[in-house]
Design a protein around this ligand. Structure first.
Ligand code: C5P
Length: 232
């Protein structure tokens, strides 16, 4: 299971994402669809990209009462996504309800991954504003454990946390890691970054790569470089 490169298709419109995917003639990369594209283009964007043969990580980060999350996950499962996610903050009861909603009549379901703490939340804000009075690393690992106990498949985390997540939750618990940059590419707004090769060494299961591929002069070559460093 795992060891794949997921391209974050952070485009504003269906036309842009399709133009981007048209560049890939030989391979069918795993793609991440986020909120902007899903809310703007609607569920048909998922159906169309699936129909082209791509796997899809639908990054909608659900968080609501268990019954609402369960019913929403059922809709996503019927859309035939391969991976989706939620906030571990919503409690184990919510995560268990999510699994129930995702599980199809034949017992299959998409992978379900938890967000622990958003990387945009600093320890200072978490403690001062959200009144969670623990070190942020401890909170991230605790939420990862909750996700595992609720039956989820893994977490989204920084590649710098992937090794520790595996130590705490076991090697089979998936780590999906954004914050990936080539050694010679621009960092942009990401702070805690790793190269695809480093992410492989530390044990990430999936890397999520956006701008280093989508903004590259030759996106197919950039994608192949990620695969060569991370998978091959
Ligand atoms: O362009 P870049 O490689 O920075 O894109 C990373 C992708 O991963 C974006 O879609 C971003 O929203 C997402 N992401 C992240 N950090 C997280 C969770 C998701 O960068 N903690």
């Amino acid at each position: 299971m795992g060891k794949d490169v997921i391209i974050a298709c952070d485009f504003n419109s269906k036309a842009e994402v399709m133009e981007f995917l048209d560049k890939f003639k030989e391979e069918k990369p795993y793609v991440k669809i986020g909120m902007e594209l899903f809310y703007g283009a609607g569920p048909d964007i998922v159906r169309e990209i699936k129909a082209r043969g791509h796997k899809i990580f639908l990054d909608l980060k659900l968080c609501d009462i268990p019954n609402t999350v369960k019913k929403s996950m059922k809709v996503l499962s019927n859309l035939d996504v391969d991976m989706c996610n939620l906030h571990a903050f919503g409690t184990k009861a919510m995560m268990e309800a999510a699994i129930e909603g995702l599980t199809r009549d034949d017992g299959t379901r998409p992978l379900l991954i938890a967000v622990t703490q958003l990387t945009s939340t600093s320890e200072e804000r978490m403690q001062g504003e959200l009144l969670i009075n623990k070190p942020i690393d401890e909170v991230v690992m605790h939420y990862a454990k909750n996700a595992m106990e609720a039956g989820l498949d893994g977490v989204v985390c920084s590649p710098l946390e992937a090794g520790k997540v595996h130590t705490v939750c076991g090697e089979g618990f998936l780590t999906v890691t954004p914050g990936i940059r080539f050694a010679d590419s621009s960092v942009g707004d990401q702070v805690r970054i790793m190269t695809p090769a480093e992410a492989k060494k530390i044990g990430s299961d999936y890397i999520v790569v956006g701008r280093p591929v989508t903004q590259a002069e030759d996106p197919v070559a950039a994608y192949r470089r990620c695969v060569a460093e991370f998978v091959d």
